[in-house]
Design a protein around this ligand. Structure first.
Ligand SMILES: [Zn+2]
Length: 307
């Protein structure tokens, strides 16, 4: 009897353990994207293609399907070259989608001697790691919402990738059913609200944060944008979807009063709080598990500008 109890207990621990995204996975994904080998992931470089292929590999490992065509890589043109966004989907119990995005490109290298690589660990390897983490969380689960995962390219050159893919009519079956897009931008550090917290740009334009917080698991909380005067809502990749009148906000932890690493060589893995990021990813997963088209249909109010 004791043996059986022990066996049941161990089995249960293994299952519980397996549901959670591991800190080691989060560390591996972020560190690979932010490695010196990726040379700052600038759009148009071979290393940018390598980053896209790496994300596609992670999408495959997490059992995602293609958004369109026969690849996760969704091409567009940049200075006469074919470059890629990366897109994968997870079918849920309903046809309504939630989207998760971030940008995988960064600003390359500088001409300085010494550390001349802009690793972009926070900007925005952390955001890509978050959406990969959510895919990992749901790897062997069927959520109520279907899910779309999009890694944008070319954000640093003027949000080129998000603009291109938002206009790609091959993805209209997803966009026509997209209830909300969560765009993750710089989530590697502790927020000014503490750990296990994110702020949302443009919180005054929709009720997404209120609806999310009503269901939030594990103490995770979404705060209003403390830098609203900087209009970040209109300056991140989410805006390409705002123009389509899709609910789309950016989520971040960056403390603008302290962050000196923005577009600096010092934005590397040494500044990343991996435990906090892992906790946020798992609590996002636990919260998303509770959301369905019945309890989560965020709406814009009339303060938002669509153009
Ligand atoms: Zn960024």
């Amino acid at each position: 009897m004791k043996k059986i109890a022990y066996l049941t207990f161990s089995l249960f621990s293994v299952i519980t353990f397996a549901q959670e995204v591991q800190t080691s996975t989060v560390t591996t994904v972020l560190s690979t994207l932010a490695s010196d080998e990726m040379k700052g992931r600038e759009i148009g470089t071979p290393e940018n293609d390598n980053a896209a292929n790496y994300i596609a590999k992670l999408f495959k490992e997490n059992n995602l399907e293609y958004c369109t065509g026969n690849s996760y890589l969704v091409p567009f043109q940049y200075k006469g070259k074919t470059v890629y966004n990366v897109c994968g989907i997870k079918k849920g119990k309903t046809d309504k989608y939630l989207g998760f995005s971030g940008h995988f490109d960064h600003i390359g290298t500088s001409k300085k001697s010494g550390d001349n690589i802009y690793n972009g660990a926070d900007d925005d390897a952390s955001g890509i790691t978050t959406l990969v983490g959510i895919a990992d969380y749901f790897k062997n689960k069927t959520p109520e919402f279907s899910m779309a995962f999009i890694a944008f390219n070319g954000e640093e050159k003027g949000m080129l990738g998000s603009r291109a893919i938002s206009k790609d009519t091959n993805l209209d079956p997803i966009y026509n059913n997209l209830s909300a897009l969560f765009n993750f931008e710089m989530v590697a550090t502790e927020s000014q609200f503490g750990k296990n917290a994110l702020f949302m740009t443009g919180d005054e334009f929709s009720d997404l944060d209120e609806l999310f917080n009503q269901n939030a698991a594990g103490g995770l909380k979404i705060y209003p944008d403390p830098y609203a005067s900087q209009q970040l809502f209109y300056r991140s990749d989410n805006v390409s979807f705002v123009k389509k009148k899709i609910i789309a906000h950016s989520f971040s932890t960056v403390d603008m009063t302290k962050a000196t690493h923005y577009h600096n060589e010092s934005d590397d893995v040494s500044i990343v709080d991996f435990n906090n990021l892992t906790q946020i990813i798992n609590n996002l997963g636990k919260t998303l598990e509770k959301l369905s088209p019945k309890n989560f249909t965020p709406k814009y109010n009339d303060k938002v500008k669509f153009n």
